[in-house]
Design a protein around this ligand. Structure first.
Ligand SMILES: Cc1cc2nc3c(=O)[nH]c(=O)nc-3n(C[C@H](O)[C@H](O)[C@H](O)COP(=O)(O)OP(=O)(O)OC[C@H]3O[C@@H](n4cnc5c(N)ncnc54)[C@H](O)[C@@H]3O)c2cc1C
Length: 455
């Protein structure tokens, strides 16, 4: 390739590996620097062990031919199973139509597959145990050191990508003196993970995410391929029933009996008390590119709370947008980076906003009968008017509609659903009248709002 460039990517997490493979496949020389050692089966990431891949993520995985290796390691989830507070029958809410599914995978498994793929891709050089400790954009250099901050070396690159996550060191170093403004919002609640091993989890159906939505203290569980479940206990850091006060087996037993009566915590006390509490952070930053030489991707650009399961999916979409821009601009990185910022940032902002809004839905609303009715109505409207009405979650998880457009459409979709639900209260309506009512309200929506759009 005539205009092959040397690219330095800091961070061999999910997004860094994806970008490295995509860029090397275009003929560029890519060096990836990762502060940790290569991911192994047993290595704890210090974060959620589970990730959910949806349509946006699959598109990127397929672009690097990772699908055949990734798919067998996933567990398809068709919906969520809601466990009511009174211990009664669970409620199933499908994620989409006709068995549409999102796919749960262990974070380290996916990271391992992507690292392996990088290693097999000509043009990619992986450097583990190398942390970025300095950035000089004028000279196009990054400084690297080992875990002890020693064995320093300076590496030159034509372009630098920060894929080093929510606490991005590259963003901090390059953006010093106010060149990059970033806000970091720490949630007042955190999460703790524990494993429900097979004998204790057999009552849970393995086709869904299980939720015990009880507001500030809620419980979620994702099935694993071996029939165990990875559970996440969400709770405030401080106050009553907070992680600060849940210190003993008795504390845990009391909270589970009051909030999750169908789950016996006794087999899990060890992990429930011993595992670390992780925090959740939202990061917004601007600009995403600097000096025509640096770009932020993935969590380094936009870290969001996980309630929509879109952080990695959005990061993969960043990479796809970047390579599509390179294609459009004949691999002129300067031009591509300029457009990347304008084209992509509004969507990063939108998915971050939608993720924050999803907290209340996942921890409270989904257990309310009115919400369940709403979801049923949304699915019915989609069946009747597939070109005009696609439920909000389906737009996010099963299409490529840009996130900012989804955010805009949600307002219109919610207004239509609200109006129909108001009318549904008038039980005397005849069927024909209800149909004409639905038709008159739905006709306001434009056709084709779910087109398989890309950017
Ligand atoms: C509880 C939870 C659940 C989630 N669930 C989902 C989900 O279901 N679906 C989804 O799409 N997303 C989910 N996410 C979000 C997802 O985890 C992130 O969006 C994704 O990991 C971002 O990938 P990344 O490569 O940008 O950053 P990271 O995964 O954070 O990777 C950054 C890498 O950079 C390395 N690094 C850091 N600093 C340096 C340095 N100075 N030098 C060299 N290397 C460095 C790190 O070691 C790391 O390997 C979830 C997040 C959480 C917290």
């Amino acid at each position: 390739m005539d205009n092959a460039q040397h690219i330095a990517i800091v961070g061999a997490g999910l997004v860094g590996c994806m970008l490295a493979t995509l860029l090397a496949r275009r003929g560029h020389r890519v060096s990836v620097f990762e502060k940790r050692q290569p991911p192994s089966d047993s290595a704890a990431s210090g974060r959620s062990t589970h990730l959910v891949i949806s349509t946006r993520g699959w598109r990127a995985l397929e672009a690097i031919d990772a699908g055949p290796e990734v798919l067998p390691a996933t567990t398809p989830l068709n919906g969520r199973r809601i466990h009511p507070a009174d211990g009664g029958d669970e409620l199933f809410q499908p994620y989409g139509q006709d068995g549409q599914a999102i796919f749960a995978i262990h974070r380290n498994t996916l990271n391992r597959i992507l690292v392996r793929l990088c290693g097999r891709t000509p043009g990619v050089a992986m450097h583990f145990g190398r942390q970025c400790v300095g950035v000089d954009l004028e000279k196009g250099c990054i400084e690297l050191a080992d875990a002890q901050g020693e064995q320093r070396e300076v590496v030159r690159a034509d372009y630098i990508f920060a894929a080093d996550g929510a606490s991005s060191k590259v963003r901090e170093l390059a953006g010093a003196d106010g060149r990059i403004a970033s806000t970091r919002t720490l949630e007042p609640f955190g999460y703790k993970e524990f494993t429900m091993h097979a004998p204790h989890a057999t009552a849970l159906a393995a086709d869904a995410m299980h939720a015990w939505p009880r507001g500030a203290v809620s419980l979620f569980a994702f099935p694993n391929p071996d029939r165990s479940f990875t559970a996440t206990l969400l709770a405030p850091f401080e106050g009553p029933d907070s992680f600060a006060s849940l210190r003993t087996r008795e504390d845990m037993a009391r909270v589970f009996a009051a909030r999750f009566p169908d789950v016996d915590p006794a087999p899990f006390f060890g992990e429930l008390l011993g595992n670390p509490v992780n925090s959740l952070v939202t990061v917004r930053s601007a600009p995403w590119t600097l000096a025509g030489r640096l770009a932020l991707v993935g969590d380094a650009a936009h870290a969001m709370v996980p309630f929509l399961g879109q952080g990695m999916n959005a990061g993969f979409e960043d990479c796809m947008v970047l390579v599509e821009l390179l294609e459009r601009h004949g691999d002129d990185f300067q031009a591509a980076l300029g457009h990347y910022e304008t084209l992509r940032k509004p969507h990063g902002d939108a998915v971050t906003t939608m993720s924050s809004a999803a907290f209340d839905e996942l921890t409270r609303q989904i257990s309310e009968p009115g919400f369940h009715l709403r979801k049923q109505l949304e699915r019915m409207l989609h069946r009747l008017y597939p070109e005009r009405f696609v439920p909000p979650y389906q737009l996010i998880a099963f299409t490529h509609v840009p996130y900012a457009d989804v955010l805009h459409q949600i307002g219109e979709l919610d207004a239509v659903t609200d109006e129909l639900l108001r009318h549904a209260d008038a039980r005397s309506e005849q069927a024909a009248t209800v149909e004409s009512l639905i038709h008159s309200v739905i006709s306001r929506l434009p056709r084709g709002n779910h087109a398989d759009q890309t950017h």
